[in-house]
Design a binder for this molecule. Structure first.
Ligand SMILES: *[C@@H]1O[C@H](CO)[C@@H](O)[C@H](O)[C@H]1NC(C)=O
Ligand SMILES: *[C@@H]1O[C@H](CO)[C@@H](O)[C@H](O)[C@H]1NC(C)=O
Ligand SMILES: *[C@@H]1O[C@H](CO)[C@@H](O)[C@H](O)[C@H]1NC(C)=O
Length: 188
């Protein structure tokens, strides 16, 4: 045990002397780089230099706002540390559109959804991109407004949507009619 101290003590002492030589306290007071949320930094200062240079990078899915690189000179950082802002994917809205149409949105950005005519909004109309890369509140839906007694019309219009043309719709209805008739014959 005492032997170990003997070895490390001179090394520590040398380290202290070198640090003091390279970095007099007056010139070099930015030893602690500001850390940031959702990102990391790397000290890229050149050796034997009095300035501290720090380079920031954001985690995947986050977008850097501000200066990616900051320098400490005379105890002052050249600018505040950058921020890593979340990116949200475009909300998927069927039968509606978005107030701002983009592939990606930045944290705290708001989007308002409009439903196409005949469709009604379910949940909040305005949503915000959060720091968790999700929308808050939940992305709304545009749902077909079904009036009482219109269910059959709705089924018919669904059929029209599924089949490419009117001929196919007629055919489908004929087959359906036939199947009902067969069922009836079987029951007799
Ligand atoms: C989004 O809406 C909120 C609440 O209305 C507001 O505080 C915020 O400033 C808006 N964000 C932007 C980027 O306009
Ligand atoms: C969204 O739809 C509404 C109503 O259907 C329309 O008035 C508006 O112009 C549309 N906005 C965009 C950005 O397409
Ligand atoms: C983000 O996620 C954390 C942990 O899951 C949660 O505590 C926080 O409320 C969320 N923030 C938002 C704005 O949704």
């Amino acid at each position: 045990m005492p032997r170990k101290v003997q070895i490390t003590a001179p090394a520590l002492c040398l380290f202290g002397v070198v640090t003091l030589l390279l970095c007099p306290a007056v010139l070099c007071d930015c030893r602690k780089s500001p850390s940031i949320a959702h990102g990391s930094y790397q000290d890229i200062s050149s050796l034997l230099s009095f300035t501290t240079v720090v380079h920031y990078e954001c985690d995947e899915g986050y977008f850097l706002v501000g200066e990616p690189q900051i320098t400490c000179r005379s105890s002052q950082w050249s600018s505040p540390a950058p921020q890593c802002k979340a990116l949200c994917l475009k909300p998927e809205i069927e039968n509606g559109n978005l107030s701002v149409d983009k592939q990606q949105y930045i944290e705290s950005e708001n989007v308002t959804i409009h439903c196409n005519s005949g469709y009604v909004m379910v949940r909040s109309q305005t949503i915000t991109c959060t720091e968790n890369k999700t929308w808050y509140p939940e992305v709304p839906k545009c749902e077909w407004e079904v009036h009482h007694g219109c269910e059959q019309v709705l089924a018919g219009s669904k059929l029209m949507q599924c089949l490419p043309n009117l001929e196919d719709v007629k055919m489908a209805l004929e087959v359906y009619k036939l199947s009902l008739e067969i069922k009836r014959l079987k029951q007799e």
